[in-house]
Design a protein around this ligand. Structure first.
Ligand SMILES: Cc1cc2nc3c(=O)[nH]c(=O)nc-3n(C[C@H](O)[C@H](O)[C@H](O)COP(=O)(O)OP(=O)(O)OC[C@H]3O[C@@H](n4cnc5c(N)ncnc54)[C@H](O)[C@@H]3O)c2cc1C
Length: 357
């Protein structure tokens, strides 16, 4: 452990408690940054030691494939408050969230304040900072639907900047932070525009079904509870069975690509489920493709495909020093090859992979 301007940097830190897959990779350097000043100190430290920076939230969307030579910076800035502006709409409220806030705690806090619009995103693991990296989404809502701006520290200069929605280039599980702006910023705060009037969105089929027999009014709190219940019944709890949620993105294909796929193979012709998206594209459920191959429940070494959720890969050896990352990634490759060979669709891995096996 060493100290630089009050920043505590640990060396050879096991990351097992810092990722929801429970992988026991070691970061050569590790620190916790609870303020913008601490982040800037960490950047100075990393520059002096010629280390790459790896920002970390709750580690629920990362795969550590090996030990890492880097400075892992656990972002733990806290605070949620009204930002003062509301875009001139009296029923709107702009709320500024610090990046280290737990996402679900933030959603519940908003509900308790009468700030509505995040209920459908209940119980998504992780922290606020990373929520914009992959534009988290669930049950018919994406964070980009509420996004106004974010503050970030530039990794190369330490300068603080503000980015608006256009600059973040959000799309399904995507943002500029995975493309053009990858590894260039540490997000410190996110501002979302919420509503003082409940926004009830139960159009997503699972939610429509949940409320099908319900008589009377539906409140935002009821939507929060419904989403929580549905999620708990469908997804394995990472504390019990380590995982990163969906391991693959649902492919978004153009109508012409889908038509070509339909015509290539008699078995799949017209059968692949598809959900219309903007700009004439279609989202295909990756879990359905994997399920059709009979792979649910398949185990490979320490890794496995969850028995109920074909999109979720799990680590069966949490807590042991093992080669689980290798097994997880080998299993992912196997699934990708099988899906490509059968359906002519390339599945893309959703979590960020650090290091190599
Ligand atoms: C059981 C389960 C269910 C899930 N369900 C969903 C779901 O329904 N919808 C969905 O969209 N996702 C889902 N996820 C994925 C995950 O919850 C989200 O991606 C979440 O936003 C990750 O947050 P995190 O803090 O854990 O990020 P981390 O895993 O710590 O980091 C993810 C990436 O963001 C970067 N990062 C983190 N913080 C910052 C920062 N402050 N500045 C810059 N870069 C940063 C990291 O370097 C890394 O590249 C699920 C995951 C699990 C385990």
């Amino acid at each position: 452990m060493s100290r630089s301007f009050g920043l505590v940097v640990e060396t050879d830190k096991c990351l097992q408690l810092y990722n929801s897959l429970g992988l026991s990779s070691v970061a050569s350097h590790f620190c916790v940054a609870s303020s913008i000043a601490k982040i800037q100190e960490a950047l100075t430290y990393a520059k002096a030691k010629q280390l790459d920076i790896m920002p970390l939230g709750a580690g629920s969307n990362v795969v550590f494939a090996s030990d890492l030579r880097c400075l892992a910076v656990c972002i733990s800035i806290l605070g949620i408050k009204e930002s003062g502006s509301n875009g001139g709409t009296p029923n709107s409220v702009d709320v500024r969230f610090a990046a280290g806030e737990n996402w679900d705690r933030a959603v519940r806090h908003c509900l308790s304040q009468g700030w509505y619009g995040l209920e459908n995103l209940a119980r998504i693991p992780g922290n606020v900072g990373a929520s914009v990296i992959q534009n988290i989404g669930a049950y018919g809502v994406e964070i980009s639907d509420r996004f106004i701006s974010l503050s970030a520290v530039k990794i190369d200069t330490g300068e603080i900047i503000i980015l608006n929605k256009d600059q973040c280039r959000f799309s399904y599980r995507e943002s500029a932070f995975k493309q053009l702006l990858k590894d260039k910023f540490i997000i410190t705060h996110v501002t979302l525009r919420l509503s003082r009037i409940p926004i009830i969105n139960i159009d997503y089929p699972a939610l429509t079904h949940y409320f099908a027999d319900h008589q009377g009014e539906i409140s935002s709190e009821m939507v929060y509870e419904a989403v929580s219940t549905i999620r708990q019944s469908k997804l394995p709890d990472p504390d019990v069975l380590p995982n990163v949620g969906s391991f693959f993105k649902n492919p978004v294909l153009s109508a012409s690509t889908l038509a070509k796929i339909d015509s290539k193979d008699g078995r799949t012709k017209g059968q692949i489920p598809r959900f219309e998206q903007p700009q004439g594209c279609f989202k295909v459920p990756a879990g359905w493709l994997i399920e059709q191959l009979g792979l649910k429940g398949l185990r490979y070494g320490a890794a496995g495909i969850h028995a109920q959720q074909a999109l979720v890969l799990v680590n069966y050896q949490n807590g042991k020093k093992d080669d689980c990352a290798r097994d997880i990634l080998a299993l992912a490759r196997y699934i990708q090859e099988k899906v490509l060979a059968t359906f002519f669709i390339q599945l893309e891995i959703e979590p960020r992979i650090y290091g190599s096996v």
